[in-house]
Design a protein around this ligand. Structure first.
Ligand code: M5T
Ligand code: MG
Length: 613
């Protein structure tokens, strides 16, 4: 495999421009010389082509009919061949250089976009559809690649061909030259008008394509739900409608194009015919020689043909411009500053955490958390309990600064949370998400994901054992090297949760957050994990969100949340003394358990009796 030169660090954000053409010009930085090389090669190729017609004129006027010059014919033949070779060579070189520019810009753009998208804040990802981002990183980047490899270079080629051939015709006869271009301003103006309309139509087309890819992506991710609810035909119909809309918009684009081509073709055709006619009349009158006329006939084709294509290129350029804007809209978004902070933490966090009258909302609509105040010492376990939607996940997500709080404050070791850099905080905090995500990589890679270095087998196994998943992993065909997902084993919900617990434990964080991390495992496994965690949680501040009282009763501080407020806080024993949600939930859960126990026992006894009879 050919090695790829490492890309220079490159900041695309500096090339955001209101004028799209200027912006595209900015994107070319570092490749302008290559592109200039491509343009010069084109000029040379165009010169070679024009020279062919001038040579033809010379032969007709000075060689044919002059027997003494006839012996030079092989030399002229050689001249034609050489010119053809020169033209071919430079056309090829220009294509190569243009391709290098276009691919170079595209690879840089894609790399930058990927990196940039990963660094955008949660608030951006919450409101942006994945399909839209995929579309912009693929189809739109590709449209820009085509802009550089075909359209920009094409326009350059056309202008060059036009200039060179126009000068050549001017030299033949200046009046003839002027007659040959009267229709050109009209062609350019028509192209401009279409260009403006097509830009709008193409924007709409790309938007619809993004809708389609979002829909496709969502349906593939949610294929289980679609099947489970037998909604295939509903989804297909929805897709059909969106696809039809795309067809309509595509058709509108095509209709505009197919209306545009004949208009310019007719204009160009008339211009060419007029040139032929005027030239012929001049030749008959003897104003120009036959050789000049023949050369003119060859040259005018290369004058008008580029003009006809100029229109096409101008119109196609609109796709590059629209895509530039769509990509830059993403690049414009501000990144989450990872390491920028005024307070430089020099050592690990101890883990003293305090919330003071904290309030938080996602979109300034309704408050998700209000007046949250509590305090915990390093190494303590804080448990959060509360009905669904009460704000537990939102509360713990503030600690790694996934979101910024609106009022009040949080301190860690006495320092305001947003004085710490996000990067440092996240290196200190381990979080097991409510809906853990595993990559389609091996189990080993998933477990070691958070530490950014090689881990020993012993370390990995220890983490897996604590998460009560080690024995399960050993039953997989390739043990720790078994692939997760599409090409390997599909893990159950509880297995996924435990792999992600192992992943977080291996990171050895100072603050541990378990967001409903044992909701999909059975009581026995949960107890096993709890015992291991009790050992591991020593010395680190931990936040545990759970629904079972057993999981939270040993915590140093239990917070009961209701509609974004703390309605009760204290230890298990303290809370049992109070009237309130905690005692109700406790009584309910114990009653259910006692009943369950009785039922199991009675069924055992009756089963026993039955077998005795
Ligand atoms: C609390 C809203 C959600 C709910 C409230 C995560 C998240 C939540 N919300 C958003 O608007 N955007 C978000 O990204 O906030 O939600 P929660 O904190 O997820 O509640 P919970 O963790 O206590 O609930 P559960 O079901 O996990 O026990 O109104 O709409
Ligand atoms: Mg939650």
């Amino acid at each position: 495999m050919a090695s790829i030169a490492p890309l220079q660090p490159y900041d695309l954000q500096q090339h955001i421009a209101d004028n799209r053409l200027l912006g595209l010009w900015g994107l070319m930085s570092g490749y302008r010389m290559t592109y200039l090389g491509a343009t010069i090669s084109q000029a040379l190729a165009a010169l070679a082509k024009t020279s062919t017609y001038l040579l033809l004129r010379y032969i007709i006027d000075n060689v044919i009919g002059f027997p003494e010059a006839a012996r030079l014919l092989p030399l002229f033949a050689l001249g034609f061949i050489s010119l053809a070779v020169v033209e071919g060579f430079f056309t090829f070189t220009s294509g190569r250089l243009a391709a290098r520019t276009a691919e170079g810009i595209a690879i840089r753009l894609r790399d930058f976009l990927f990196d940039h998208i990963q660094r955008l804040p949660f608030t951006y990802h919450d409101k942006t559809r994945t399909g839209e981002l995929i579309q912009r990183s693929t189809s739109d980047v590709d449209a820009m690649r085509r802009f550089f490899s075909e359209q920009a270079i094409g326009v350059g080629r056309i202008l060059l061909l036009f200039a060179i051939n126009f000068i050549a015709i001017l030299n033949l006869n200046w009046q003839l030259a002027l007659y040959s271009v009267v229709a050109i301003p009209l062609v350019v103006y028509t192209s401009y008008l279409f260009f403006k309309r097509i830009i709008v139509a193409y924007e709409k087309y790309q938007e619809q394509e993004a809708v389609l890819s979002t829909n496709l992506q969502e349906n593939l991710t949610g294929v289980r739900v679609v099947k489970a609810f037998a909604r295939q035909s509903f989804e297909s119909e929805k897709f059909d409608r969106q696809n039809w809309e795309k067809f309509l918009r595509g058709k509108q684009l095509l209709v505009m194009h197919s209306f545009f081509w004949p208009v310019t073709d007719i204009l160009c055709g008339f211009q060419m015919l007029a040139g032929f006619l005027i030239g012929a009349l001049m030749a008959i009158n003897g104003t120009i020689t036959v050789g000049t006329y023949l050369a003119y006939v060859g040259l005018i084709v290369w004058l008008i043909w580029p003009m006809r294509n100029l229109g096409r290129f101008i119109v196609q350029t609109s796709t590059g411009l629209v895509s530039y804007q769509r990509v830059m809209a993403v690049i414009k978004e501000e990144r989450e500053p990872l390491s920028e902070a005024d307070f430089q933490a020099t050592k690990s966090i101890r883990g003293e955490i305090e919330f003071n009258n904290l309030s938080f909302d996602y979109e300034a609509k309704s408050k998700v958390l209000s007046d949250i105040s509590f305090k915990c010492k390093p190494g303590q376990v804080v448990a959060l309990l509360g009905s669904t939607g009460s704000g537990k996940t939102s509360l713990v997500n503030l600690l790694p600064r996934f979101y910024e709080y609106t009022s009040g404050n949080i301190t860690i070791d006495g320092v305001e949370l947003n004085k710490y850099s996000r990067k440092f905080l996240r290196s200190q905090i381990g979080i097991v998400e409510q809906e853990p995500f595993l990559f389609s990589r091996t189990i080993r890679e998933n477990i070691t994901y958070g530490i950014g270095r090689e881990a020993t087998q012993h370390e990995i196994e220890q983490a897996a054992q604590a998460a009560a998943i080690h024995d399960v992993i050993l039953t997989f065909p390739n043990g720790y090297d078994t692939l997760v997902g599409e090409k390997g084993v599909t893990l159950s919900g509880g297995q996924k949760q435990r792999v992600s617990i192992a992943r977080t434990l291996l990171k050895d964080p100072r603050i541990l957050i378990l967001d409903d991390a044992t909701s999909s495992v059975d009581m026995e496994t949960e107890a096993e994990i709890r015992r291991a965690l009790e050992r591991l949680m020593k010395g680190r501040t931990s936040f545990i969100i759970a629904h079972r009282i057993q999981s939270v009763m040993n915590a140093d501080l239990i917070l009961v949340l209701d509609q974004g407020r703390i309605v009760q806080q204290g230890t298990h024993n303290e809370l049992l003394q109070e009237e309130g949600i905690y005692r109700e939930v406790f009584e309910l859960q114990t009653r259910i358990e006692v009943e369950l126990q009785q039922e199991i026992e009675s069924s055992h006894i009756s089963g026993f009796k039955g077998s005795n009879q």
